[in-house]
Design a protein around this ligand. Structure first.
Ligand code: C5P
Length: 239
């Protein structure tokens, strides 16, 4: 497989074309950003950790029957994935109140939800990725009601699988964000990444945070937190 020209550079990843039209080459960067890019830092090892963790989780989900874009990890910081058209929606699934939901509803962080919440955000940097309703999504033609139903159903299935998986690592899956893409033959599949950048993960006994809130809130060392997640998931040890 040959790595060709840069197709897209995001805050945490670079995507390259390859000599196979159906496959793109993803490189995880060491940069960390928060608050829509207002807070930035270079964190050595972050790209490697997120590549490793995402690869393990997408493999796990594939084995559990969740179709996704992951093909294989090809180096410490790189992986090959199926080329898809990303649906410009972030699908957030929540089990415990935290982050923006705590602010929006005025409820203390840490309270378990009786029913899992699924939210949709419009992926648009200029607007700051706003929360959108189904009617907004229809107006903007971001997805059809049928497609939204599919995103919700897959989101909840992923939640079931990951809740059990992280629980076996003594971790509480508080919330997470998913992105989806459409393949050439029109199928909706899970895409992007699942890592401590996109999930909130708390220790089950102490509620210690092992996710990007460590960086957002300056409450510890991000590399150490992400290494802890990788180790608990049974990945390779990194010094
Ligand atoms: O900030 P908020 O509480 O809405 O985030 C919910 C979940 O979605 C968190 O796990 C967060 O890391 C993730 N998220 C993300 N990318 C965004 C917004 C949120 O991965 N742009």
């Amino acid at each position: 497989m040959e790595k060709l020209d840069l197709l897209y550079e995001g805050k945490a990843k670079r995507i390259y074309r390859t000599n196979d039209e159906g496959i793109v080459w993803v490189e995880y960067k060491d940069s960390a950003t928060a608050f829509n890019g207002e807070k930035k830092a270079q964190i050595t090892g972050k790209g490697r950790l997120n590549n490793e963790i995402t690869s393990l989780l997408f493999e796990k989900l594939k084995n559990e029957g969740i179709q996704n874009h992951f093909i294989k990890k090809i180096s410490e910081t790189e992986q090959l994935v199926q080329k898809v058209d990303i649906i410009p929606l972030e699908v957030v699934v929540r089990n415990i109140i935290a982050g923006s939901l705590s602010k929006r509803l005025g409820i203390e962080e840490g309270i378990s939800l009786e029913e899992t919440i699924v939210e949709f955000y419009y992926k648009n940097d200029d607007l700051g990725d706003p929360l959108v309703t189904e009617d907004h999504i229809k107006t903007l033609k971001l997805a059809t009601p049928e497609q939204l139903q599919i995103l919700r159903t897959i989101g909840l299935k992923v939640n079931d699988i990951l809740l059990t998986h992280f629980s076996s690592c003594n971790l509480r899956l508080v919330d997470f964000k998913l992105e989806f893409g459409i393949t050439e033959d029109g199928q909706i599949i899970l895409a992007d990444e699942i890592s401590p950048d996109t999930c909130r993960l708390w220790d089950k006994d102490t509620n210690e945070k092992f996710d990007k809130d460590v960086f957002r809130r300056d409450i510890g060392n991000l590399t150490e937190a992400y290494t802890e997640i990788l180790n608990r998931l049974g990945g390779k040890q990194h010094v």
